[in-house]
Write a protein that binds this ligand. Structure first.
Ligand SMILES: [Zn+2]
Length: 72
C-alpha cells in the first residue's frame, strides 16, 4: 500500500522512511517489511494524527474498515 501525503515528516519519520526504502528492506521477507510498515504507521498514529485523519477521510468509505483496522 502506498500513501502519498502532504505533511511535514519529523526526524523519526524521515529515518523510518529511509529504512523502508532501503534496498535491504525492499528485499526483506514479508514479515520484516510488514513490521517496518507497522512501526511507521504506529508512529504516524501517535505523533501525526492529522495525517491519519487525512488518510481516513480520503479513502472510499466502503474500503475504510477493512484496510484500516490496524489503526485501532
Ligand atoms: Zn514523525
Amino acid at each position: 500500500m502506498k500513501i502519498f501525503l502532504d505533511f511535514e515528516p519529523c526526524i523519526e519519520c524521515k529515518s523510518m522512511m529511509t529504512e523502508l526504502c532501503d534496498p535491504k528492506m525492499l528485499f526483506a521477507d514479508e514479515k520484516t517489511r510488514a513490521d517496518g510498515s507497522a512501526k511507521f504507521l504506529r508512529h504516524l498514529t501517535y505523533n501525526h494524527t492529522e495525517v491519519v485523519q487525512a488518510v481516513i477521510s480520503e479513502l472510499p468509505k466502503q474500503k475504510k474498515k477493512e484496510e484500516f483496522d490496524f489503526f485501532k
